[in-house]
Write a protein that binds this ligand. Structure first.
Ligand code: AMP
Ligand code: ZN
Length: 474
């Protein structure tokens, strides 16, 4: 299995720190808003990485944090007249709903920054004791020049960085020994949430959170650290400086970074989707139009290190592709439940053997730095093979074996294999809603309620709007 490692700039064989185990840390979102589909990309990608490791038999521990204390959260709380804790709790709940829709597994740890304040204070104290950090008027800074390997992840040269920083002065950070130094702990300002510490009542800087959460839940050295490529510098560079100086051992062996999700701008060019550019679509926006597994499938259609351009056409194509696979699964389900030939014929046994090539190609693609684009292509080829090599005379066992294999690959990609065969079609829902409207008009409330209950039972939510009744699937 090969992984492209940002630290070395090469694809390398994956060798776990501990036989049969893999420890992964992925930087999660700052929770002051609904997540946008760019934020969802690392979630989907690294969840798929996690699933593939599990498929290969590894015991995976996966940690992804929520940054629940930050300037932006405090600003949002002030705007809303609430407090930072409430804002964070609310958007964590919303993010969890989006992650459910995206098929992000439950088998992960999601720590909050505010849950590890004592551990952060402890690591900062260690850094001070070792001479890597210093306090000045209640603020604690990291002494960047003291860490000799600074720049090893991003390839940045410390003198170039110094030149770039010369003119930049950040308000309230006048006491730094060096412009390169970054904040580990800052004193509170009026009205801000704060925790007591040996230096001031205040709160941690952003970078220290991840170093501490990785240490607490995974240990001093981890196999994989991941996030979007915008985090390479300064966030991940600073995490390395903190963790390696404090713990005295290499931090992460492999650094993985996903490329940006982009969207077209007014000039017709694609640019990074971001909150600050205001060009974002939330996961929630997309869920109004498509089941979220279509968004997941769209993302898996590109290599994770390449940029991916969001468009309606590509989403439509993802939707159609997913439907093709589901139709194949439905067919196999039907063949697998019909009465008739039970056991496999010799010819079928040969075909099952022949079809192993698709699983092999899937694995080869995933073994090559998680090339989900090629893995998805092998799933499509498998579907084509199934469609041309099954018919009503196929045996139950043959259909079931093909079905299970296809389901297994879908599972690695985090896609549901629920074909919704007992689900109502859109058209049937529309007809029922119309019948319900008629019933209400005719004061036949019993029938109207019956229809509403049936729809609820089938997972359809009705909304009364000014333009009539709208519906969506739960
Ligand atoms: P943030 O809340 O901005 O810290 O972002 C959370 C995660 O989303 C980080 O791993 C970012 O690198 C990632 N991210 C943000 N915007 C994009 C984007 N447009 N495409 C891909 N990843 C992104
Ligand atoms: Zn982080």
């Amino acid at each position: 299995m090969k992984i492209y490692n940002t630290l070395t700039g090469k694809k390398e064989d994956f060798i776990p720190l501990e036989e049969g185990k893999v420890k992964i840390y992925v930087c999660g979102p700052t929770v002051y808003n609904l997540i946008h589909i760019g934020n969802a990309r690392p979630m989907v990608i690294f969840d798929t990485v996690r699933r593939y490791f599990a498929y290969k038999g590894y015991d995976v521990t996966y940690v992804s944090n929520f940054t629940d204390i930050d300037d932006k959260i405090i600003k949002k709380a002030n705007e809303d007249g609430s407090d930072a804790g409430e804002v964070a709790t609310h958007f964590i709940e919303e993010c969890n709903k989006d992650m459910d829709g995206l098929g992000i597994g439950k088998d992960m740890i999601h720590p909050l920054a505010t849950q590890v304040i004592p551990e952060m204070i402890e690591m900062i104290q260690t850094l001070i004791d070792k001479g890597y950090a210093y306090e000045s008027n209640g603020t604690v800074y990291y002494r960047v020049r003291k860490f000799k390997c600074y720049g090893k992840l991003s390839g940045k040269n410390i003198d170039d960085l110094e030149a770039g920083h010369r003119d930049i002065k950040v308000a309230g950070e006048d006491d730094k020994e060096d412009n390169l130094d970054f904040v580990l702990w800052k004193p509170k300002k009026e009205g801000e949430p704060a925790w007591p510490s040996p230096w001031s009542d205040g709160r941690p800087g952003w970078h220290i959170e991840c170093s501490v959460m990785a240490k607490k839940y995974l240990g001093d050295s981890i196999d994989i650290h991941a996030g979007g490529e915008d985090l390479i510098f300064p966030h991940h560079e600073n995490e390395i400086a903190q963790s390696e100086a404090a713990n005295g051992v290499p931090f992460a062996k492999y650094w993985m970074h996903n490329g940006f999700l982009r969207i077209v701008n007014k000039e017709g060019e694609f640019e990074k989707m971001s909150k600050s550019l205001g060009n974002f679509l939330t996961v929630r926006d997309v869920s109004e139009k498509y089941p979220l597994e279509v968004l997941r499938f769209f993302m898996l259609g590109a290599h994770y290190r390449n940029p991916i351009n969001f468009s309606d056409e590509l989403m439509e194509s993802a939707k159609n592709g997913l439907e093709r696979i589901k139709t194949c699964l439905t067919r196999l389900e039907e063949l697998g439940t019909k009465t008739g030939a039970e056991g496999m014929s010799e010819g079928e046994q040969e075909k099952i053997k022949e079809a192993e090539v698709f699983t092999k190609r899937f694995e080869d693609a995933m073994d090559d730095d998680f090339n989900t684009a090629d893995a998805v292509a092998s799933v499509f080829d498998f579907v084509k093979y199934i469609n041309t090599n099954t018919d009503e005379n196929s045996s139950v066992e043959y259909a079931k074996t093909l079905h299970d294999r296809l389901c297994e690959l879908m599972g690695v990609l985090g896609l549901s294999t629920d074909t919704g065969s007992d689900e109502l079609l859109d058209e049937e829902v529309d007809n029922l809603i119309q019948e319900r409207n008629e019933a209400r008009k005719n004061k036949d409330f019993v029938r109207a309620d019956e229809i509403r209950d049936l729809l609820i039972e089938k997972g359809i939510i009705l909304e009364d709007t000014r333009d009539g009744v709208r519906w969506k699937r739960k």
